[in-house]
Design a protein. Structure first.
Length: 186
């Protein structure tokens, strides 16, 4: 009788442990999904600012058509990447950031553009959005790290494998040139 009670207690403890690990994995996955949603919102906000910025620059620097078209092309490319393709989205957003840096460099050659209040407001909004993207990226990468640790660590890796939990990619800048801070001046 005592043996049966001990076996039931051990089985109950194991079931409780498995449930606890499963719930921790679910919590980590949901945190990573919520963090990715935060990045997605900020990237959408940035993408929505770009057409206004391009139109403002167009009025002052219409013969810089190649730079303007490149920004629009990179924006459209970033918007077309699948929402769950973290690596592809990171690469496309890095290319867009480079194109925006070149667009802002144009303001140096056009003093009237640089002095335009609408351009200055759009540039400030974009700068704030870039800061928000960086914060969201750090939060997402932290959530992805926590999930990845749980997916790879023993004994939670057993539960993760049984229930299909997978590691998340980090939202990283791949190109060394993308790591360079763009020179944006007012």
């Amino acid at each position: 009788m005592i043996t049966l009670i001990v076996v039931i207690v051990i089985i109950g403890a194991l079931i409780g442990f498995v449930i606890s690990l499963y719930n921790a994995l679910v919590r980590a996955r949901q945190t990573a999904e919520e963090a990715w949603s935060g990045i997605d919102v900020q990237l959408k906000r940035r993408a929505d600012l770009i057409p206004n910025l391009v139109e403002t620059v167009k009025g002052y620097a219409s013969h810089e058509r190649g730079t303007l078209e490149e920004v629009v092309e990179k924006r459209n490319k970033a918007q077309s990447v699948a929402a769950n393709d973290v690596a592809g989205r990171a690469q496309a957003e890095g290319e867009l950031s480079q194109a925006l840096g070149r667009l802002f460099a144009l303001s140096e050659a056009y003093p009237d553009l640089k002095a335009n209040q609408n351009f200055a407001d759009l540039q400030a909004s974009l700068e704030k959005t870039e800061s928000e993207i960086q914060m969201a990226r750090r939060y997402y990468n932290g959530a992805a790290r926590d999930l990845n640790i749980k997916v790879e660590s023993f004994p939670s890796n057993i539960i993760a494998g049984q229930f299909g939990f997978q590691k998340r990619d980090y939202f990283e800048i791949e190109e060394p040139g993308d790591r360079a801070v763009p020179n944006v001046s007012f």
